[in-house]
Design a protein around this ligand. Structure first.
Ligand code: ADP
Ligand code: MG
Length: 412
């Protein structure tokens, strides 16, 4: 009898799950992709599609059992992380365990665990009403930030500088929380970093680290650039990587790829913003990690999901300077897109999102991270990388007709 083809279930069919689906198919693995019906590019690539909300754990487990899958996986999105752990745990397949998945997808559980572990923790409170939030805000005697306990992509995240703003924004924030819980915490002014790790058998190894530059737009909590490797001074970097090690091992992660963000205040204290038990979105996991380390993360993820990996890969990080630059488009209608071919011809440009931008596209008001467009670049060092980023900005000419006239991309 012919050997049954290996079957993997991939949860999520968005742009950032495409590299994983393609990798699985290129390895001859049968792919069952789970996603709601919609304009998701991964749907067209799958051998088989199941239309479910990716958070519908029970329904997805039922399909997984019927199909007798050999492994289950996601990447670059948080919303599928619990479902993947749930299916794996219930079928005895390799996974991180449901409790660990909850910890890595709940900002309050993350803060609670950091406190228990003795890792510096931003002053925070879990609240479920405006009144509770107000009480904590008054006790902070400084600016605060509110976020849903369990969402991603900076949806419902707002800086709070007055009681009025808290009152105005609180309903939106709580509306984005599936569990009706909101974190209110001290707003830290500081420098932001990212650290990504690779983990197997509870052994954590740094994949890469980056310097983040936030947008200078109120309540847009997204990075305009993420540049790898970080150029922070040695002592800061050591502290950062040690903190990340303490977080990832302290959270009990057995295997996978992690993507965490940190902020350092003016005293040099490094705080966890959040840690994810999956690779970074915006092609960080599928493209940037390989540029930094030579490790094919998609391959690693598929291997561990199928139980085919005994050891962590050998690699050195910081092989080049690389990263992404992103932009938003203002609200309106795209009238012209020029310079794309010139940008694509640059040796430094590795991947871009220009296919999503075309004449006639209607763009909406932006506030969360999800409507950014990214260009991934590499260079020999940071200075060269900055020059290449400037060249991309110069070459790209997009015209959007807005209610205030023609405008171009928003880069900062
Ligand atoms: N306590 C804080 N102080 C200052 N900035 C913060 C704080 N918490 C979050 N941020 C900023 O907001 C962004 C989004 O918050 P985060 O907790 O990562 O939510 P999300 O899951 O939506 O990405 C962070 O990347 C960071 O730039
Ligand atoms: Mg975040």
């Amino acid at each position: 009898m012919a050997k049954k083809k290996t079957k993997i279930m991939i949860v999520g069919a968005g742009t950032y799950q495409v590299p994983l689906i393609e990798k699985a198919r290129s390895k001859g693995i049968y792919t069952i992709v789970v996603s709601p019906d919609g304009p998701y590019p991964g749907l067209k690539l799958a051998d088989q599609v199941c239309y479910y909300d990716v958070r519908d754990e029970a329904a997805i487990l039922k399909v997984a059992k019927e199909e007798q899958i050999d492994g289950v996986i996601t990447d670059q999105t948080d919303i599928a992380v619990r479902t993947v752990a749930y299916v794996a745990e219930n079928m005895g397949l390799p996974g991180i365990g449901y409790e660990t998945a909850k910890l890595f997808t709940d900002k309050i559980m993350m803060r609670d665990r950091c406190m228990e572990l003795g890792i510096p923790t931003i002053d925070y409170k879990c609240v479920s009403s405006y009144e509770e939030a107000l009480e904590f805000y008054k006790s902070l005697d400084s600016n605060a930030i509110i976020k849903p306990a369990d969402n991603q992509g900076s949806r419902g995240v707002f800086k709070i500088v007055s009681e009025e703003k808290l009152k105005e924004r609180f309903p939106e924030t709580i509306g984005y929380s599936g569990s009706g819980r909101v974190v209110i915490e001290r707003f830290i002014e500081g420098t932001e970093f990212e650290v990504d790790s690779i983990v197997l058998h509870h052994e954590e190894k740094t994949l890469m680290h980056a310097d983040l530059t936030p947008y200078n737009i109120p309540d847009v909590f997204a990075s305009t650039t993420r540049l790898y490797p970080s150029t922070a001074e040695k002592k800061v970097l050591e502290n950062l990587l040690q903190t990340n090690h303490d977080v990832i091992t302290g959270f009990g992660l057995k295997q996978g790829v992690t993507h965490s963000e940190y902020i350092m205040d003016h005293r040099g204290v490094i705080y966890l913003i959040e840690a994810a038990a999956r690779g970074g979105g915006t092609y960080i996991s599928s493209h940037i990690a390989e540029l930094q380390t030579g490790v094919d993360v998609n391959d690693f993820l598929l291997d561990i999901a199928l139980g085919n990996r005994k050891e962590l890969p050998e690699f050195e990080t910081g092989r080049c300077a690389c990263g992404y630059v992103t932009f938003y488009l203002p609200e309106g209608t795209v009238k012209a897109v020029d310079g794309v071919e010139e940008i694509r011809a640059m040796d430094s440009v590795c991947k871009d999102a220009f296919d999503d931008i075309y004449v006639g596209l209607h763009t909406e008001h932006f506030e969360d991270k999800t409507s950014r467009y990214a260009v991934i670049l590499k260079a020999v060092d940071r200075d060269m990388l900055m020059e290449e980023i400037s060249a991309v900005k110069d070459k790209l000419r997009i015209q959007v007709e807005t209610k205030d006239g023609i405008k171009g991309p928003v880069w900062e």
